[in-house]
Write a protein that binds this ligand. Structure first.
Ligand code: GRF
Length: 203
């Protein structure tokens, strides 16, 4: 399966995917990495791994619609079976999301449906949550609202800051995301026409 990963920042989740894809008989191949910022650190990870990369700088565009139209075109050139948003900090237009429906997944640092949007670790701490975590989900038109495929939980520890809690969450993401990507590539998970996640036997 052909995978394109989109990033905006450090790309540690991208790195986890790269490592996994290199280490075992992995059913997917990362054919390209795209970023919306030329300074996204994760671009170096792609280059180091010999993966093609591209930058579409959102500051060059007037509006979301024209940005997403170009992004869609760019992605299509790679003919992806799966597009992974791994810290891609952009809200995508309904047209874009619909085009890639069922082959677009995102990793979001909370136990959805809790804490959609930003500053998830801070909000979990402020609410005194004992458990926090991360979700991998299919992307639908609702921001961070798409059907959850799998989640990983972490404890919230005394004296946690958003940074320490966030690091604990990320460590779990680095395990979870490659697993889900693998399942997807193996055809073991898919999105139904009614926005349900179907596993193995059901598929
Ligand atoms: C992750 O925590 C992910 O959940 C969120 O953005 C972060 C990306 O981190 N969507 P990285 O760029 O993979 O290090």
């Amino acid at each position: 399966a052909r995978i394109v990963v989109l990033i905006s920042g450090s790309g540690t989740n991208l790195q986890a995917l790269i490592d996994e894809a290199a280490s075992t008989a992995w059913p997917g191949r990362i054919v390209a990495v795209g970023a919306n910022r030329p300074d996204a650190e994760g671009l170096f990870r792609a280059r180091q791994a010999g993966i093609e990369d591209f930058v579409l700088d959102h500051r060059d565009y007037q509006d979301r619609k024209s940005y997403d139209a170009d992004l869609l075109q760019k992605l299509n050139r790679y003919n992806p079976d799966l597009v992974i948003l791994a810290g891609f900090m952009r809200i995508l237009t309904p047209d874009f999301v619909q085009f890639f429906r069922g082959r677009l997944i995102n990793v979001h640092p909370s136990l959805l449906p809790a804490y959609q949007g930003l500053k998830t670790h801070q909000r979990a701490l402020e609410n005194g949550d004992a458990i926090h975590g991360t979700s991998v989900h299919f992307v639908t038109e609702e921001l961070d609202g798409g059907p959850v495929i799998a989640q990983a939980r972490v404890p919230v520890l005394p004296n946690d800051t958003p940074d320490t809690l966030g690091a604990r969450v990320k460590a779990r993401e680095h395990v979870l995301l490659p697993i889900i990507a693998r399942w997807f590539c193996e055809g073991r998970v898919q999105l139904s026409g009614r926005d349900e996640v179907l596993f193995d036997g059901q598929v």
